[in-house]
Ligand binder design. Structure first.
Ligand SMILES: NC(=O)c1ccc[n+]([C@@H]2O[C@H](COP(=O)([O-])OP(=O)(O)OC[C@H]3O[C@@H](n4cnc5c(N)ncnc54)[C@H](O)[C@@H]3O)[C@@H](O)[C@H]2O)c1
Ligand SMILES: [Zn+2]
Ligand SMILES: [Zn+2]
Length: 346
């Protein structure tokens, strides 16, 4: 079969590799029908993720059709249409029992990281019963690719951890795919204002189409002043960090109002300064989370009913065999106006 293989920083190839085989009785082999590229894959390509070693097939998102299942798999059979979760869960360890699938002792984020991933014609999925989801009849598969990672991430790490409530003022720093998924799912709770902050005018315009009530371009370094002016100097009830750098975390800790929440979503590579000398008396809550994908069943229902429309995030479509070109487009997101790219293998 063909797959996108990582060969070390800056090196990737679409090449012939052995088709995966069942290794454990709890495995399934899935034929990929649609997959996508994540910002994390770009970090891997830069060499930022040391757990990914050369010769790894990348990708942790996608949908497909079950080709084969191990003897212990009871919930899926060959021919079933499935959504692949970016988080593999054994369902049995202490962490899985607490709903912390991201910390599963035998899984977590392994696909396209420590084991071969979904940017391929076939993928082996460990613990298939607890790591795959049935695709409801007549639900658009393309929309569901957005549920492998970005929607559970925005919803769990941003909206749920930030405890967004009706009437709240919410600020989301970063209008990438994750920030936009946060924007769409925050609206489940009817906040009165959602302020999107980014450097990219195109992404801010998209944010307005997706329901942001205000947008702030922070390229002049004045995001804090602008948000304080928009909130009559009170600040926001929920500040969601969806970039992953010290500057944007600092915006969040400066604009959060007394009693508010800072929900960190971004993956940070550098230490950030926590301003406890100000925050100690501010009655705030700060949360962090690696996405658990515990809300995937809930999100599936909202997509099936049409309440959530993740397809809006798709800007580009390619054949899976054109994935090298798709990486170039996605890697050049600002110029290409790219949000999510879909790779089709049907
Ligand atoms: N916690 C988790 O489980 C989890 C899961 C997936 C992704 N993530 C992380 O979420 C973050 C967002 O992911 P994404 O795919 O949307 O990334 P992205 O790179 O596509 O988007 C980031 C956005 O931030 C904007 N930005 C950059 N610097 C800025 C600044 N100084 N001020 C304002 N905006 C700025 C960029 O213009 C861009 O639109 C990343 O750090 C990613 O690694 C976390
Ligand atoms: Zn991802
Ligand atoms: Zn587990």
């Amino acid at each position: 079969m063909k797959a996108l293989v990582y060969h070390g920083p800056g090196k990737r190839a679409w090449e012939e590799t052995p088709k995966p085989v069942l290794k454990a009785e709890t495995d399934a082999i899935v034929r990929i029908t649609k997959t996508t590229i994540c910002g994390t894959d770009l970090h891997i390509m830069k060499g930022d993720v040391p757990t990914v070693t050369p010769d790894r097939i990348l990708g942790h998102e996608g949908i497909g059709v079950v080709a084969e299942v191990g003897k212990a798999v009871s919930n899926f059979h060959a021919g079933a249409r499935v959504l692949i979760s970016c988080i593999t869960s054994c369902g049995k360890c202490d962490y899985c029992k607490k709903g912390l699938y991201s910390h599963c002792e035998h899984g977590g984020w392994v696909l396209g990281n420590t084991i071969n991933g979904t940017q391929a014609e076939y993928v082996r999925i460990p613990f298939a019963d607890t790591s795959l989801y049935h695709i409801p009849d007549r639900t658009d598969g393309e929309a569901l690719v957005m549920l492998s990672d970005i929607f559970p991430t925005g919803f769990e790490c941003g909206v749920l951890n930030g405890q967004v409530k009706p009437g709240d003022t919410v600020a989301i720093v970063g209008a990438g795919p994750i920030g936009l998924a946060t924007l769409l799912t925050a609206q489940f709770y009817s906040p009165s204002e959602i302020i999107m902050i980014d450097l990219d005018e195109n992404r801010l315009a998209v944010s307005q189409k997706f329901g942001a009530t205000k947008v702030v371009n922070s390229s002049d370094g004045k995001a804090v002043e602008k948000v304080m002016a928009l909130t009559k100097n009170k600040g926001v009830d929920v500040a969601i960090e969806a970039v992953g750098i010290p500057a944007t975390f600092d915006i969040c800790q400066t604009i959060v109002t007394a009693g508010g929440h800072i929900a960190n979503v971004g993956v940070h590579g550098k230490s950030v300064e926590l301003r406890l000398e100000k925050l100690w008396a501010h009655n705030i809550t700060l949360t962090t989370r690696l996405v658990d994908t515990v809300t995937t069943p809930l999100l599936l229902k909202t997509v099936a009913s049409g309440r959530l429309q993740p397809k809006q995030l798709i800007t580009h479509r390619f054949r899976l065999s054109e994935i090298m070109k798709a990486y170039d487009t996605f890697g050049n997101a600002a110029q290409e106006r790219a949000l999510k790219v879909i790779l089709v293998n049907e």
